[in-house]
Design a protein around this ligand. Sequence first.
Ligand code: APR
Ligand code: PHB
Length: 401
Amino acid sequence: MSSGTQVGIVGAGPAGLMLGHLLHLAGIDSVIVENRSREYVIDRVRAGVLEQGTVDLLCAMGVAGGLNRRGLRHEGVYINFDGCRHRVDMAELTSGKAITVYGQNEVVKDLIDARVETGRPLYFDAQEVSVDALDATRPVIRFSHAGTSHELSCDFVAGCDGFHGVCRPSIPAGVLQIYERLYPFGWLGILAEAAPSCDELVYTYHDRGFALFSMRSTDVTRLYLQVPPDEPIANWSDDAIWDEMLRRMTTSDGWSPNVGRILQKSVTAMRSFVAAPMRHARLFLAGDAAHIVPPTGAKGLNLAAADVVVLASALKEFYETGSDAMLDGYSSICLRRVWKAQRFSWWMTTLLHRLPDETPFDHQRHLADLDYLASSRAAMTSLAEQYVGLPWEISLESLHL
Ligand code: APR
Ligand code: PHB
């Protein structure tokens, strides 16, 4: 079956769904093609920290009903080392900005509901998805769905299909420069049926490795532990996980996470990755398809949001004025933010993890870094302004949402 649209979007993660909705609000047609099922996309457990700008965006897009009801606004964050929690007062240091804890899967669920309400096409369970003719005036997305083969011709293709998608590998060899760093550790993450024992996140540096206390709701705690990168989850009984969590996180004033039934557990490897430029001909990459950050600092979803705001603005300018100036600037505008987020995520990761090859000198310098952060208003301000999110490249007003 042949059909056409203005923007063909591959992937219904946060990037693809947000882009689709921004285009809808601008009166631009799109078709979203996703190779997983709706249930799989909604149930996938991911990070859950929204920058102030991402919250403002979702509100301006009119998709923040659930976020306003169930999102948890945090005005501070703790850095825990040497048995003490040190609070960074983000709101005070950034003139009132904060982060909001709201699971990425909740964001995705809300965006799917909004998409369905618009009546615009969203295909789940698409098979054999491919993109072709990227250099032509009408590139195509091919896929099959419920036994029918589709050929969708588009003005532009948005590659929002994550790190393992098909769009980035469809760009001819030699076009992209790849920048990559793997980390010699991973995160073992759990969801626990336990009320959070602290109102704010606690990032712990411990001699035995990093640990993170986070939450999903007033009844569910989310916790992470630094482990070797390829650690089999089978090595960790629930009791062993709790022993290690408590050992690393408990502070000398007696604070520790509440223990409860473990609802879900998994290990993820950590990497930093950038593919540049984020555009080839009529294909635009956005979100994890173009870049991955290690999860310390929770920038992944927020970077995806920042990319699609630039892309939606550029497409709106193109359709309204015929100018492709902003489309031409898309990659360089996005990459400035991407690299600052890469730098921040790398910095938080190396500051808070136990690095395997540290010499005694490195180790003492590392402890001094933490001590400096906890005792300097300048250092805490730098952390706070990046954690709540640097200003957007494009003002939300310019989108006229
Ligand atoms: N065809 C269609 N869809 C695909 C294909 C394909 N060949 N390959 C992957 N996808 C889908 C995935 O199933 C997923 O739903 O593309 C979507 C990509 O979504 P994400 O991986 O969530 O990436 P993105 O939307 O860029 O969001 C970035 O997600 O990975 C997290 O931590 C990251 O928070 C960040 C955010
Ligand atoms: C999470 O809640 O999943 C989370 C929070 C903060 C991070 C990473 C993940 O830095």
